[in-house]
Design a protein. Structure first.
Ligand code: NYM
Length: 212
């Protein structure tokens, strides 16, 4: 194969605790790739704009109460409802920078005491990321960053537990980024890693599925 017809966009996922800097870095990566002329979009989960996303948002802002299993499945459903669009974008050559994905889903729900394998099950069959970058920050440091916004889960003890589950989920392919470094240094590291990934997907690296 020449590789040309298999060229596709890259599925790039940013993970990390609340206040680890994922959202700022997503924006920076988006404009970097844009500037280089690569088609790219920035996505995030939960996507609060869909009907399911509105239920999630209301739960996160404490306007509604839901059973732990129920909210877990809603977060997963929120990814499933975007799955076909995600695949279409990637196949048409657009790269996606995604702020949180299935790993957030499993880490946050497991930290509440749900069984980790039960948490992974509804994620099976979603597209697997080509790259996971983990913005690594001690929970105490993250908590110091201007405090938390007051949404559900934004508490130090809970975040410590989430960090443990992220560690269990991580594999050697994850790029661990020291999120305590200045924003610009974090950005420089991430730009290089992301570009490598975009180039390898352009060359036709096959798309795979969770759970890996
Ligand atoms: N969260 C996010 C989950 O509990 N499960 C999921 O599947 C996802 C995608 O939602 N504290 C949690 C993590 C965050 C919260 O995310 C809202 P954000 O990035 O602050 O909008």
């Amino acid at each position: 194969s020449t590789g040309q017809s298999d060229a596709r966009g890259a599925l790039i996922v940013l993970e990390g605790l609340d206040r680890s800097g994922k959202t700022s870095q997503s924006a920076r990566l988006l404009s970097h790739l844009n500037g280089l002329g690569y088609p790219v979009e920035s996505w995030r989960f939960p996507d609060r704009d869909t009907a399911v996303g509105k239920m999630i948002s209301s739960y996160l802002t404490n306007q509604s109460q839901l059973d732990d299993h129920t909210i877990h499945l809603l977060f997963s459903a929120n990814r499933w409802e975007k799955r076909s669009l995600m695949e279409a974008k990637l196949k048409s050559g657009t790269s996606l920078i995604v702020d949180r994905y299935s790993y957030s889903g499993v880490a946050f729900s497991s930290a509440k005491g749900l069984d980790i394998e039960w948490c992974k099950a509804p994620e099976v069959g979603l597209l697997a990321p080509d790259l996971v970058m983990y913005l690594n920050i001690p929970p105490e440091k993250a908590a110091e960053r201007g405090g938390y916004g007051g949404e559900r889960y934004e508490q130090l003890e809970f975040q410590k537990s989430v960090a443990k589950y992220y560690e269990m989920l991580s594999d050697p392919s994850w790029k661990m980024i020291d999120a305590c470094l200045p924003l610009e240094d974090v950005e420089e590291q991430m730009k290089e890693i992301v570009l490598d990934c975009v180039v390898s997907c352009q060359k036709g690296k096959p798309l795979t599925h969770l759970w890996l």
